[in-house]
Write a protein that binds this ligand. Structure first.
Ligand code: FES
Length: 193
C-alpha cells in the first residue's frame, strides 16, 4: 500500500529542486585575474642585480642573459677590449664604396664594378649567364682568369676561398662567386685551372 505521506514528501522534494533550478543566480562573478599585476608590483620592489639570474628575470629584474657580452658605444667591450672587425670583404661602409673598370673579355664589355659585391653577382646583374654552383668558394664552377698582369689577388679580394692555391692565383685564377674587386682588370669568365 502506498504511503500518502511518503508520496507527498517526494513530490515536495521534486518541487523544491525544480524551483531551485529556475531560480535566478546570485549575480556573483569571478574576480578578474590579477596575477600579472601582482607579479609587476613585486618586480618593482626587487633590486636589479648585476648578474644574470633566471628567477630574477622572471619578475622583471636581472641583467643580460648568460653569455651575452655588453658592448659600449665605442664598439669596445666594457673591459676595454676591441670588438673584432668584420672580415667580410663585401662589408664596406657606404662612404667607402669604390668602383673599378672591369673588362669581361668573353662578354665583350667593360663595366664598372663596385668593391662591395662579388664579380659573379655584378656580372649576373648585367644579364650574363655566368657559371656557378655552390656560390661559397668551395668548388671551381665559377672560376675565371684575370688576364691582367700579376696575381689574381692584386685585383680581387676573395672571401674565404679554399680551392685555389698560390700557383693558380699567380696564374690569375679567381673564384668569381667570392671575389670582390679591388682594382681595374680584365677577366675571362668560365676559365678553370
Ligand atoms: S660557385 Fe663554387 S666556388 Fe664559386
Amino acid at each position: 500500500m502506498v504511503d500518502p505521506v511518503a508520496v507527498g514528501f517526494g513530490a515536495g522534494l521534486v518541487l523544491v529542486f525544480v524551483a531551485l533550478h529556475f531560480a535566478r543566480g546570485t549575480g556573483w562573478e569571478a574576480t578578474a585575474d590579477i596575477s600579472e599585476e601582482v607579479v609587476e608590483r613585486r618586480a618593482s620592489t626587487v633590486e636589479e642585480t648585476e648578474f644574470p639570474e633566471p628567477g630574477n628575470r622572471a619578475i622583471g629584474g636581472g641583467s643580460a642573459p648568460a653569455g651575452a657580452v655588453a658592448v659600449g658605444e665605442e664598439g669596445e667591450l666594457e673591459g676595454g677590449e676591441a670588438v673584432e672587425e668584420s672580415t667580410d670583404p663585401g662589408d664596406i661602409p657606404e662612404d667607402e664604396i669604390e668602383h673599378y673598370e672591369v673588362e669581361f673579355a668573353k662578354e665583350g664589355e667593360t663595366i664598372e664594378l663596385s668593391n662591395d659585391e662579388t664579380v659573379l653577382d655584378q656580372g649576373e646583374e648585367e644579364g650574363w649567364d655566368l657559371p656557378y654552383a655552390c656560390r661559397q668558394g668551395q668548388c671551381v664552377s665559377c672560376a675565371g682568369q684575370i688576364t691582367s698582369d700579376g696575381n689574381a689577388e692584386d685585383y680581387v679580394e676573395h672571401d674565404d676561398q679554399q680551392m685555389l692555391g698560390n700557383t693558380e692565383l699567380d696564374d690569375g685564377y679567381t673564384l668569381t662567386c667570392v671575389a670582390y674587386p679591388r682594382d681595374d682588370f680584365t677577366i675571362e669568365t668560365g676559365e678553370a685551372p
